[in-house]
Design a protein around this ligand. Structure first.
Ligand code: XMP
Length: 512
C-alpha cells in the first residue's frame, strides 16, 4: 500500500490513478490527517503531492514529521519536494521565477528512480510546475538530474530512500512519468503490483460478510453502473439478505428501466422492488424550469420515495450505496471550501441521517474504470458496464425549461436513435458521454410539401477522462447526418438537429 499525502494539487488524483494502473493499492489523505492515515495504513511507501502554495507562506502546510521517520521510501513531487527539503534541513527560496510547462532534465547521476529511463548525460522530457526554488539540499541528498531552470530537478538520498522531483511525473505531459512512479513503488519500495480486481472482489466479499453478519441490507438502485455493480457484489457476498429498491424516476433513457429489472430479476435473481414513481416526479417538476430547483426537487422526491419503500422492509440495518472514490477523497481544495458550486450533484452526500441505517459502500476505494473492471469480474457484460455516465436527475436536466411527459418521451426516442447510430458506427467506446437535449425552441421546416413548426434537438458528445474537463467529439459528418435524418423522420415533434461543439470549460457537459 502507498500513502499519498495531498497538499492540494489539481492533479493529486492522477498520482493515485498511475499507481493503480501499475496494480498498486494507494490512498489519498489530506496533509492535516496524514499522520493518522500513516498509522492506520502502514504504507510501504509515501508520496507527497504537489500543491498551490509556497513553503514560504505563513502557515503553509508541512508533512507530518512521522513520514520521514517511518523507515519507508518517500517521494516528494513539486511542493512535496520543497517541503521535504525544508523539513529535512535544506533551504528553499520563495518563487521569483515560476517555471511552468514542458522542460528537459539532464540525468547527472544514476538512481533507481530513473531506472530504464535516460542514462547519465542524456535528457528526459518532463512537465515542470513550481514557484519555489531549492538553494541547498539537505544532508545525505545528491543531485540526480538538473534542468535549465532548476539545478535540483531530481534529488535523492539513496540511503534513506528519500526522493524529490520538481516536475509532475503523474501527468501525461511527462511521457515516461509512469515508469518513474513504477521505479519508485516496485523498484525502490519493493511492491509487487499484485492488486487485481479478482483479489479486490474476494477481499470485499469477505469484508461485507464480516460487516453485515446476518443483518438485512437495502440497496438503492439508480439504473446506473455503480449502484448495479455494488448490488451484484453484495448479493454475491450475502445472497438474499439484500433487497434492492429501484426508484424509477421516469427520467431514464429509453428502455433502461426494463433492462435493469430484467437483469436483476431474471439474470441474477436478486430481490428487487421496482417503484414506478414517474408520475410523482413529473408532478412535482411541473411548472419548474430552473435547473437547480429541478435538481433539488428530484433529490427530495427520490429520498421520499426511497424512504417510504425502504420503511416497508422489516429490520433492515444497512444501506448499500455505489459511492466511488472521487466522491470521497477528502481533497485539500474541497475542504478549504474555495471551489465554486457550479451544479449541485444530489447523489453525493447520500440520504439524510434520520434514516439511521449503517452504510455499506463497497466501491469507496475505486475509480470509475475500476468499477467497470469489477463489474466484468462479476459477470456483467461489457455493454452494461461500459455504458456512458448518466446524471442522477436524468433527462430532467436535458430538457431546458419545463418538463412534460411528452417532452420526456420525445427526448427518449431521439436519444435512443442517436445512441443506436453511434453504436452502429463503432464509436460508442470512443466517447465519454453522448446524449440528446430537447430545446424549448421551435423552428420552421418543410417536410414533403408541408410547412412544419417543431422543436430543435441538440446532440452532444464529449471525450473526457474524468468528466472534469471535456472536448467535443469529432464525429464523421456522415454519422451526424444520418442521426439528423433519422431523428427528424422518426421522432414526432422535432424538425431540426444541431451539434454542440463546446468544450468544458467554458461549457459544461450537460446543458443544465
Ligand atoms: P457537467 O455538466 O457538470 O457534468 O460538466 C459532469 C459530469 O457530471 C454529470 N452530472 C451529474 N451527475 N447529478 C449527477 O449524478 C447531477 O446533478 C449531475 N449534473 C451533471 C454529467 O452527466 C457528467 O458526467
Amino acid at each position: 500500500k502507498v500513502l499519498i499525502v495531498d497538499f492540494g494539487s489539481q492533479v493529486t488524483q492522477l498520482i493515485a490513478r498511475r499507481l493503480r494502473e501499475a496494480s498498486v493499492y494507494c490512498e489519498i489523505h489530506p496533509y492535516a490527517k496524514a499522520e493518522a492515515a500513516l498509522a492506520a495504513l502502514k504504507p510501504a511507501a509515501i508520496i507527497l503531492s504537489g500543491g498551490p502554495e509556497s513553503v514560504h507562506e505563513e502557515g503553509s502546510p508541512r508533512a507530518p514529521q512521522a513520514v520521514f521517520e517511518a523507515g519507508v521510501p518517500v517521494l516528494g513531487i513539486c511542493y512535496g519536494e520543497m517541503t521535504m527539503c525544508e523539513q529535512l534541513g535544506g533551504k528553499v527560496e520563495g518563487g521569483h521565477t515560476r517555471e511552468f510547462g514542458r522542460a528537459e532534465i539532464t540525468v547527472q547521476k544514476a538512481s533507481p528512480l530513473l531506472a530504464d529511463l535516460a542514462p547519465v548525460g542524456e535528457d528526459e522530457t518532463v512537465w515542470m510546475s513550481h514557484g519555489d526554488k531549492i538553494v541547498a539540499i539537505p544532508e545525505g541528498f545528491d543531485v540526480v538530474a538538473t534542468s535549465a531552470g532548476s539545478p535540483y530537478a531530481v534529488i535523492a538520498d539513496e540511503t534513506r530512500r528519500f526522493y524529490g522531483v520538481q516536475f509532475h511525473p503523474e501527468v501525461m505531459h511527462t511521457p515516461r512519468g509512469h515508469q518513474m512512479l513504477k521505479n519508485f513503488t516496485h523498484g525502490i519500495a519493493g511492491l509487487k503490483g499484485d492488486w487485481t480486481m479478482a483479489a479486490y472482489r474476494d477481499e470485499k466479499i469477505a469484508q461485507i460478510r464480516e460487516q453485515v453478519g446476518s443483518a438485512k441490507v437495502i440497496c438503492g438502485l439508480s439504473g446506473g453502473v455503480d449502484s448495479s455493480v455494488a448490488a451484484v457484489l453484495i448479493h454475491e457476498a450475502i445472497g438474499d439478505q439484500l433487497t434492492c429498491v429501484f426508484v424509477d424516476t421516469g427520467l431514464l433513457r429509453k428502455d433502461e428501466a426494463t433492462q435493469v429489472t430484467t437483469l436483476f430479476r431474471e439474470h441474477y435473481n436478486i430481490p428487487l422492488i421496482h417503484v414506478d414513481a414517474s408520475k410523482e416526479f413529473l408532478g412535482e417538476l411541473a411548472g419548474q424550469s430552473d435547473p437547480e430547483t429541478k435538481r433539488k426537487i428530484i433529490g427530495r422526491v427520490f429520498i421520499e420515495v426511497f424512504d417510504r419503500e425502504a420503511g416497508k422492509i422489516d429490520g433492515a440495518e444497512f444501506l448499500a450505496q455505489g459511492t466511488l472514490y472521487p466522491d470521497v477523497i477528502e481533497s485539500v481544495s474541497s475542504s478549504s471550501g474555495k471551489a465554486h458550486v457550479i451544479k449541485s450533484h444530489h447523489n453525493v452526500g447520500g440520504l439524510p441521517d434520520y434514516m439511521k441505517l449503517k452504510l455499506v459502500e463497497p466501491l469507496r476505494e475505486l475509480f470509475k474504470d475500476e468499477v467497470r473492471a469489477l463489474g466484468r469480474e462479476l459477470g456483467l457484460t461489457d455493454a452494461f458496464v461500459g455504458r456512458h455516465p448518466f446524471p442522477g436527475p436524468g433527462l430532467a436536466i436535458r430538457i431546458p425549461g419545463e418538463i412534460t411527459p411528452d417532452a420526456v418521451e420525445t427526448l427518449q426516442q431521439a436519444d435512443a436513435i442517436y445512441l443506436d447510430e453511434i453504436r452502429k458506427a463503432g464509436l460508442y467506446d470512443k466517447i465519454w458521454q453522448a446524449f440528446a437535449v430537447l430545446l424549448p425552441v421551435k423552428t420552421v421546416g418543410v417536410m414533403g410539401d408541408a410547412r412544419t413548426y417543431e422543436k430543435v434537438l441538440a446532440l452532444r458528445a464529449v471525450t473526457s477522462t474524468d468528466g472534469m474537463t471535456a472536448d467535443f467529439f469529432e464525429f464523421p459528418w456522415d454519422v451526424l447526418g444520418k442521426c439528423a435524418t433519422r431523428i427528424v423522420n422518426e421522432v414526432r415533434g422535432v424538425n431540426r438537429v444541431v451539434y454542440d461543439v463546446t468544450s468544458k470549460p467554458p461549457g459544461t457537459i450537460e446543458w443544465e
